[in-house]
Design a protein around this ligand. Sequence first.
Ligand SMILES: [Zn+2]
Length: 215
Amino acid sequence: MKHISIGKLHIVYTEKSDGNMRDTENRKKVLHAFGFESVYLPKQKHTNNILPVEEHNKKDADGLYTDKKNTPIGVLTADCMPVILTDSKTIVVIHAGWKGLFEGILEKGVDLFKNKNNVFCFIGPSAKDCCYYVKEDFLENTKKYGIKLNKRYLKRDKEGFRFSLQEVAKDKLKNKGVNHIVDFSKCTICSEDFFSYRNGDFNERILTFAWLTEV
Ligand SMILES: [Zn+2]
């Protein structure tokens, strides 16, 4: 696992060596290392819903937020993007695959903040455009959702089309006034360190979670 701390913000993402994070016992081991018993997770279904942490069980959602300190919230992923938004008072953790991304889950996350200029965004380990090949029907979806393709979003080689979820995410965030974006994502498909749905890890997941401290 890797732990990143910047001021009051703490972010942890797990690696293959930490085990499958769908397993409660594996999760506990990681959480104990930071003094936590549990992590709030949404009932992920590729929606664009974001709920307050108190309602994490109420309905399907792909993001949670809280302004409580020392309250870890997280998402489970294998190729989709874990995205963290914070202004140091409120923290939002989002699971963004292409569908949630196209359906505006990041914009919904940004809308939880009054002053967008103070918002920092972090993008965690996810499928990158070195490996994320997409088919014709995917390109149809970009049209359907009004994503205008350009050379940063879509690259072509002998094998087909490679797509960048991260570049779309960055533009969506910038359009909402978020200018501090840290993309520390390593590619989950070609890095050995992560589970990857595209590589056949259909049931295994990494966990990305984050929390704010008082000082
Ligand atoms: Zn790659």
